[in-house]
Design a protein around this ligand. Structure first.
Ligand SMILES: CC(C)(COP(=O)(O)OP(=O)(O)OC[C@H]1O[C@@H](n2cnc3c(N)ncnc32)[C@H](O)[C@@H]1OP(=O)(O)O)[C@@H](O)C(=O)NCCC(=O)NCCS
Length: 177
């Protein structure tokens, strides 16, 4: 597995997008490029990729939520006081995780997300799934992620609403406060 910072992600973006286009058919690729290049500029952005015979077959990437993040806006049910306060160092958001259909079911998805989170210094990680995507949500829950609630997608997002999940990255970090 390779770990990529901003420069490496830009360099390998076309390969990443080839997988993205297969895994998320119908999404606007120009929008994905714009969105991802903006995210790459964010402090702390990181990606991981996995290859077979030199060909990129899966990736995951994410970034820490900034103090001005709108990630938790409209969260329902409302979280406890202080839960949604971000500092730029508190929460790592996993933005995308994808493995080519031909390579699924062999543990690559789990390795990618574990690899992405293994060296993070944030106290917790979060991810969003399309509303009621039960199969994927059950998978994350088997991997230890806890459901947090729902948020409405804001203008320009890829879906109208999201289910959010969270996991503690350090044993002492609570997920609920
Ligand atoms: C989600 C995804 C990355 C998982 O990739 P993967 O390499 O199959 O992941 P793993 O093999 O590590 O684990 C998949 C889980 O589904 C189960 N599974 C079994 N057969 C499977 C199959 N044919 N395809 C997918 N998952 C399967 C596995 O048992 C595993 O659950 P477990 O860890 O509790 O045993 C991949 O299915 C994918 O790209 N899906 C479409 C994009 C997506 O939904 N991304 C996440 C949205 S945020």
């Amino acid at each position: 597995m390779s770990r990529l910072g901003p420069g490496g992600t830009r360099e390998h973006f076309d390969e990443i997008q080839r997988v993205y286009a297969v895994v998320f058919p119908g999404y606007d690729l120009e929008d994905h490029r714009r969105r991802t290049f903006r995210q790459i500029e964010s402090a702390g952005f990181e990606a991981v990729t996995v290859r077979e015979n030199g060909v990129l077959v899966g990736f995951a990437y994410g970034l820490p939520l900034s103090a001005r993040s709108t990630w938790w806006e409209g969260l329902w049910p409302p979280p406890p006081d202080g839960f949604a306060v971000e500092t730029g160092r508190r929460t790592f958001a996993v933005i995308d995780l994808a493995v080519l259909p031909s390579h699924r079911g062999h543990g690559l998805g789990r390795r990618l997300i574990d690899g992405l989170l293994s060296s993070r210094s944030e106290e917790r990680a979060t991810l969003a799934t399309v509303l009621d995507n039960q199969q994927t949500q059950r998978m994350y829950e088997r991997w230890g992620w806890k459901p947090i609630g729902q948020t409405p997608g804001v203008e320009g997002e890829t879906a109208e609403a999201f289910d959010l999940h969270m996991i503690a990255l350090r044993p002492e970090a609570a997920t609920s406060s």
